[in-house]
Design a protein around this ligand. Structure first.
Ligand SMILES: Nc1nc2c(ncn2[C@@H]2O[C@H](COP(=O)(O)OP(=O)(O)OP(=O)(O)O)[C@@H](O)[C@H]2O)c(=O)[nH]1
Length: 921
């Protein structure tokens, strides 16, 4: 409740008169008392003295109704005033309050209590309001002070800049004046069509050191606003050649920040309000140059026009916030997590670069891990990974082999795929007629006949059959030693023709071929050959094939079976038809419009042409001039030849071609890929060669270990070895020889291929052979003159071959020659003991009859009793009628005694044998 209300209440206080009447009390004296509280708060209290009323004569409790009424509380609160009369009333003798009076009294009391509570609440609210406003006031003042300080600093800086500019301009003007004695016409005020400039100095602006800070600061965009806003205000100032002040006034920093608030400014709104604000501020006669200038004093005075708008403050704060955010980001407040590629080895500096960290930080991190490394030192991938984790980045480990990633290109879509000829491999047992069949099929080649080309052996060829279809054949040799090559043939082939001679049936290599076809998961067509021979049994062949789970169509299976004769060229068309049918079922397709990929079928080092590889294009088109990586070799395809020796410009899928231009001889069975540039080709080739070298080194290391063991065994007479250096015309032959020779190894004698390569025999081959006491196997190659000479001088054995199993036979002989002879037992005969004679000095003598074979003196004997050998030893004596004899034959009787053994009995059987030494097999 307010003070006024209290006073009113005091003046008009109510008293409950005896009899239940309410009436206003009479105030005797009144005054105000000022109360002071903390924090400068105060309260004025109205004090009044109410006239004392007698409750009635003889009343025991007769007291003045309001009590002493001296305290401000008593006077201030109507409560006492109200209760006083009631007490007085209650004390009235003989007149208790009736019910109505009591009710009235209660109501009045209640009303009074409510008013008091209301008053107290209002008082609390007022005090809280005061506290709040005081805090707000303090905050406002602080804000104003801060703003004033900011603006003062800004003005001071601006003034300093202006001063410098003015000085510079003055100098320039002076310079110009000196250089041009007649005053330049441009210096006069120009009543040009652009009154907004209204400044004669304007044309000189470009000469100023900072045109942007001057009027030009307003920029061409602001200029249109000037005719309305700037012109009237600027007109008086036009006489002043100063640019800075006017410019600042019209389009300065302050203007830019708060274009709306500036009524006289050149802001967008100023165009509508032409009131010349700066003129308003400038008293007549004052220095107009100071128009619009904001100085520290003005800022402190808090000129309303100059004070910053809320929008300006907001923008400033926003700017500040952005700056802080930027700062935070720069100082790594927000961590950028990177994917750091870590190879197998990396320098510290490179790792730091990849993490976008300072080198020193990485060195420090390594130091903390206990690794002392400088920036240029190389650390391994594991250590690098720890560092990367420490820096909070993600590690992506890569290895050297990643250079091969993406080499084989993408998978072709169905739309890109086009039909391609089938690739067929002919397999079968030796002499079952594979070569004859291939030759016969080749003769069916329409294209070959037309071109009349000279056929050459390139390991694979393509024939064009009637109807324009093409079939590619891969020529694999038939001997078991060529297993590896055959397996390769099966891996690039679409189907296998299994040649089985009708007169010979299924043989070991036929079974092998079946296994290869099954392993390669390619369909098989059985060509039963030599059906022209008399007395052939086709059913037998079918049954034998059945044993190997090849069920031909005539037995209800799904394997096609064609009966052919290679020499008589019988049913060759049927065979080709079957091939095309199978190809149709397989739906063979490839994308010819991409970089070529395929497999090396055969390779050799040609004397005149260098490394030559026969490749089968499997995807894409190989073009002359393409860069290819074939195995560990690379090169540009200098020339391409087909199986008829024709130069080719490009090779489609399924076409086998010979390519020239490789850096070396790739291994047969390796893949080849056309790559986009030389760098990539080199990179991949180098990586593969490195890997190859490592492999060889590892193998050599392992071999050294085993060699030492082997030498120990050889020294102990346990093991011997036959060392061989193999040189062949083609890679496939070299590999096949390796396989064959390794198979000849025995437990006692090992066959060790020291070196196997393609090309003629050189001096280094001879030196190697000499060092290891090896023989040199030359398969379809010859030694150079120097190598021959060296071999003759050093006694190195060079053996020339053109048939692989002749090599095997010869090396086997060598192995046998080194094998230790074998002791073999030879059975002689049996004798039956008929009687036992005891002879002094000689012991027991057995009287026997030879029942089988012969018994010889000094032979080995076994005593067999009831089918069990109870003694083995030597025969001491063999007599016939007291004469020693050399031998006793079947049916004759003789006397025998055993060396150091007497326990013989009648009925025992004697087995006689001899031991002979034979050469190892
Ligand atoms: N009667 C007859 N003889 C054939 C037929 N096909 C091949 N021959 C003969 O069988 C022998 C072996 O033929 P090749 O073509 O060399 O057999 P191959 O399977 O290629 O033998 P390798 O290359 O040693 O694996 C040759 O003497 C052929 O003349 C045929 O259809 N009928």
């Amino acid at each position: 409740m307010s003070d006024q209300n209290e006073q009113d209440a005091a003046k008009g206080r109510l008293s409950l008169r005896p009899g239940g009447r309410l009436e206003l009390g009479k105030t005797e004296a009144a005054g105000t008392v000022r109360q002071s509280f903390s924090h400068g708060r105060g309260k004025t209290v109205q004090v009044e003295v109410v006239k004392k009323r007698a409750a009635g004569p003889g009343a025991p409790g007769a007291k003045p109704a309001g009590g002493p009424a001296t305290g401000p509380r008593q006077a201030g609160g109507p409560q006492r005033g109200a209760s006083g009369p009631s007490r007085g009333g209650a004390a009235a003798p003989g007149r208790p309050l009736n019910q109505a009076e009591q009710a009235t009294r209660l109501r009045v009391l209640e009303e009074h209590r409510r008013q008091e509570a209301q008053r107290q609440r209002e008082e609390r609210e007022r005090q809280a309001l005061m506290v709040r406003s005081a805090a707000e006031e303090a905050a406002r003042k602080a804000e104003e002070e801060r703003r004033a300080a900011e603006e003062a600093a800004l003005r001071a800086e601006q003034e300093a800049r202006e001063k410098v500019e003015a000085e510079a301009r003055r100098k320039v003007e002076e310079e110009a004046r000196r250089n041009a004695p007649p005053p330049p016409p441009l210096s006069a005020p120009r009543p040009g069509p652009i009154p907004s400039n209204a400044r004669p100095a304007a044309p000189q602006r470009p000469m100023g050191p900072r045109p942007a800070a001057g009027p030009g600061g307003a920029g061409p965009v602001r200029r249109p606003a000037a005719p309305g806003a700037g012109a009237p205000a600027a007109a008086p100032g036009a006489a002043a050649p100063r640019l800075t002040l006017r410019g600042r006034d019209e389009g300065g920093e302050e203007e830019r920040r708060s274009p709306v608030r500036r009524p006289g400014g050149a802001g967008p709104l100023a165009a509508k309000k032409p009131a010349p604000a700066p003129a308003r501020k400038t008293p007549p006669g004052s220095d107009r140059r100071r128009d619009g200038r904001i100085d520290v004093a003005a800022a402190i005075e808090g000129d309303d026009d100059r004070s910053r708008s809320m929008a300006s403050v907001r923008r400033a704060r926003e700017r500040e916030r952005r700056q802080q955010e930027l700062q935070r980001l720069r100082s790594d407040g927000v961590k950028v997590v990177r994917d750091v590629v870590v190879p197998e080895a990396i320098t510290v500096q490179e790792l730091a670069n990849r993490m976008a960290a300072r080198g020193g930080e990485v060195v420090k991190a390594l130091f903390r891990m206990g690794v002392m490394a400088t920036l240029t030192q190389t650390i391994d991938a594991d250590t690098a990974e720890l560092v990367v984790n420490e820096f909070g980045h993600r590690v992506r480990r890569v290895s050297e082999s990643d250079v091969e990633q993406g080499l084989e290109g993408t998978v072709d879509t169905d739309e890109e795929l086009l039909p391609r000829p089938p690739v067929v491999t002919i397999m079968g047992h030796v002499d079952h007629g594979k070569t004859s069949l291939l030759d016969a099929l080749r003769k069916t080649d329409m294209a070959g006949r037309e071109a009349g080309g000279i056929t050459q052996h390139i390991g694979a060829y393509q024939v064009q059959v009637a109807g324009g279809h093409k079939v590619t054949f891969i020529d694999t040799p038939g001997h078991a030693a060529f297993t590896a090559m055959r397996a390769r043939g099966a891996s690039v082939t679409d189907m296998v023709i299994l040649v089985v001679a009708a007169d010979d049936g299924v043989m070991p290599q036929t079974v092998e071929a079946i296994h290869h076809a099954k392993a390669a998961n390619v369909p098989l067509i059985v060509a039963v050959n030599k059906i022209d021979k008399p007395g052939v049994n086709l059913d037998r062949v079918r049954q034998e094939l059945l044993q190997h789970e090849i069920v031909v169509e005539s037995l209800g299976g799904d394997t096609m079976e064609i009966q052919v004769s290679a020499t008589k060229a019988m049913n060759l068309d049927k065979l080709l038809e079957a091939i095309l049918l199978q190809a149709e079922v397989l739906d063979l397709k490839a994308n010819p419009n991409r970089a070529a990929e395929g497999t090396v079928i055969e390779s050799k080092l040609d004397k005149g042409r260098g490394p030559v590889a026969t490749v089968l294009v499997q995807r894409g088109t190989l073009k002359q001039g393409d860069l290819v990586v074939a195995g560990a070799e690379w090169g540009r395809v200098r020339a391409m030849l087909d199986d008829k020796g024709r130069q080719m410009k490009d090779a489609d899928p399924s076409l086998p071609v010979e390519i020239l231009g490789l850096s070396g001889v790739p291994s047969a069975g390796e893949t080849f890929v056309a790559v986009e540039n030389e760098g990539r080709a080199r990179e991949i080739s180098e990586f593969r060669q490195r890997r190859l070298r490592d492999k060889q080194a590892a193998a050599a290391g392992a071999a050294r270990g085993t060699l030492a063991d082997m030498m120990a065994r050889v020294a102990a007479g346990e093991q011997k070895e036959v060392a061989v250096v193999v040189k062949a015309d083609v890679q496939g032959s070299a590999e096949a020889l390796g396989v064959t020779l390794n198979k000849l190894s025995r437990d006692e004698v090992k066959v060790r291929v020291l070196h196997s390569a393609v090309g003629q025999i050189t001096e280094s081959d001879i030196q190697l052979a000499k060092a290891s006491n090896a023989i040199v196997v030359a398969f379809n190659v010859r030694a150079t003159a120097q190598a021959r000479e060296l071999a003759q001088r050093d006694g190195v054995d060079i053996r020339y071959y053109s048939i692989i199993y002749e090599v095997a036979d010869d090396v086997e002989q060598l192995v046998r020659g080194k094998l230790a002879p074998i002791q073999r037992e030879k059975f002689l005969g049996y004798a039956q003991i008929l009687e036992v004679f005891e002879v002094k000095r000689l012991g027991n003598i057995a009287g026997c009859r030879v029942t089988e074979g012969v018994v010889r003196r000094g032979c080995g004997v076994r005593l067999i009793r009831d089918g069990v050998v109870i003694h083995q030893g030597e025969l001491a004596t063999l007599r016939r009628f007291k004469d020693d004899v050399k031998e006793v034959t079947n049916g004759y009787e003789c006397g025998m005694s055993f060396a150091h053994y007497d326990a013989i009995k009648v009925g025992d059987q004697i087995e006689c044998y001899e031991t002979e030494t034979v050469a190892a097999v």
